[in-house]
Ligand binder design. Structure first.
Ligand code: NAD
Length: 404
């Protein structure tokens, strides 16, 4: 979503949240937009760090490497991080970074040089209590390790809490690799109970980090995974798919559709297939005016960012389909990032069980808060989540301003 669309959306939601024009105007403006040009082997790459809002705590948000990264996109993503950290009650604000680059065109050495150059450009505005980066599209734990090393060289301090999503041996947290999917599972389990859904047939679009882990975690819990897909197409079996067999095919470097023992369907058909739970885990904007009427699922869990267009959201709400929005459904990742930051600050290392229990508690608490707002305000679940988040940010902003 462009930042202009976010501004429109904010203005639509403001009256429901009881916010004044002045409060909304403050929410529409990022605190700081930092820009730089990074040079690697004579080539220049535009780089950004947008520090959107820190009323609730230090800025928090990933760094994206992608050829389409722009100031507008990074600003939108920084806004979403502000909302996401508020929804889950993490003591953070929102920020985001990006470099306009196709990382697949760089050698490993160049990628390392680019990552170190990013830190040199922005480090004076970053830090464990100021702005804490993390991975995003095409940035990995290894890149986080290079960035940490560069930061520590520049400041002369040992500061693992400067960045999250690090490899375990550099202070990363257990469970981080499956955190997004596991957070989604906890939300879905609560929603299934509230709605009283009996049939647990799940269709998942996208079979990467988020989608594949989601499939495995749900299968372990007795859900039946009837459809999965990747960019080449989808598989369907109304009795449930053989996930182990499909993962074997995927690990051999092929598409899921090379798995021979299931019916092949298209990604579009997957969205409309016979299932009770639909989990878009790949692209944005896939549930639209074209297919919203045909979706059969009773619950949609948005593991991907922005899979449902606003118009489709309205249709689904009218049809009483419960859409669990991305800002809650995929917040498990940033929540475990927060746990990583706490462990680093306290010089602790939590067990896998401890991280999972804390994640479950956080996700359920966030779900319950939104559910009670949802019951009060009689709007769709996404709007309820935004209302709650915006009210928290505005309230914290007032305190923040009084202190300064
Ligand atoms: P990934 O790159 O690991 O996997 C993406 C999957 O989507 C792949 O299986 C790919 O084949 C599939 N895909 C690509 N184009 C497709 C198409 N046209 N139709 C169907 N499938 C297609 O990415 P990921 O980390 O799993 O992220 C997926 C989504 O979840 C993204 O929207 C991302 O922003 C969101 N998300 C991920 C995390 C995380 O921690 N991984 C956190 C928050 C949000």
């Amino acid at each position: 979503m462009s930042f202009t669309n976010i501004v429109h959306f904010l203005e639509k939601i403001a009256p429901l949240a009881g916010l004044s024009k002045k409060e909304i105007a403050a929410l529409e403006k990022p605190n700081k937009i930092l820009k730089a040009e990074l040079t690697v082997n004579g080539k220049k790459y535009p780089a950004f760090r947008v520090q959107f809002n820190n009323a609730r705590g230090p800025y928090k948000g990933g760094i994206r490497y992608h050829p389409e990264v722009s100031e507008d996109e990074v600003t939108s993503l920084a806004f979403w991080m502000t909302v996401k950290t508020a929804v889950t009650d993490l003591p953070f604000g929102g920020g985001k970074g990006g470099v306009t680059v196709d990382p697949k065109q760089l050698s490993k050495k160049e990628l390392e040089e680019l990552s170190r150059a990013y830190v040199r450009a922005f480090y004076k505005n970053l830090g464990p209590d100021t702005d804490i980066p993390a991975p995003d599209v095409y940035t990995t734990p290894e890149i986080m390790g290079w960035m940490l090393d560069e930061y520590q060289k520049l400041t002369g301090e040992k500061a693992p809490a400067f960045i999250t999503g690090k490899p375990l041996e550099l202070g990363g947290s257990k469970v981080r690799d499956i955190a997004t999917a596991l957070g989604g599972v906890y939300i879905l389990e609560e929603a299934v109970k509230k709605v009283g859904l009996k049939e647990k047939k799940v269709a998942i679009q996208g079979f990467g980090n988020a989608g594949m882990n989601m499939a495995l975690l749900l299968a372990e819990r007795g859900f039946s995974i009837v459809a999965v897909s990747d960019s080449k197409g989808a598989l369907y079996n109304e009795k449930g798919l053989d996930l182990k067999g499909i993962i074997k095919v995927k690990e051999a470097g092929a598409s899921v559709i090379e798995y021979p023992l299931a019916k092949k369907i298209s990604n579009e058909e997957l969205l409309e297939c016979n299932c009770s739970i639909l989990i878009p885990s790949a692209l944005s904007g896939v549930i639209t005016l074209k297919n919203a009427e045909k979706v059969k699922a009773k619950i949609i869990l948005e593991l991907a960012n922005g899979p449902t267009t606003p118009e489709a959201g309205e249709i689904l709400h009218k049809r009483k389909v419960l859409v669990l929005p991305d800002i809650l459904a995929n917040a498990g990742g940033v929540t475990v990032s927060y746990f990583e930051w706490v462990q680093n600050k306290k010089k602790q290392s939590w067990s896998e069980q401890e991280v999972k229990e804390k994640l479950q508690k956080k996700m359920i608490a966030a779900f319950e808060q939104i559910w009670s707002k949802f019951s009060d305000v009689k709007t769709d679940f996404r709007t309820a989540a935004y209302i709650l988040a915006l009210q928290k940010i505005v309230a914290a902003g007032k305190k923040h301003n009084r202190k300064n």
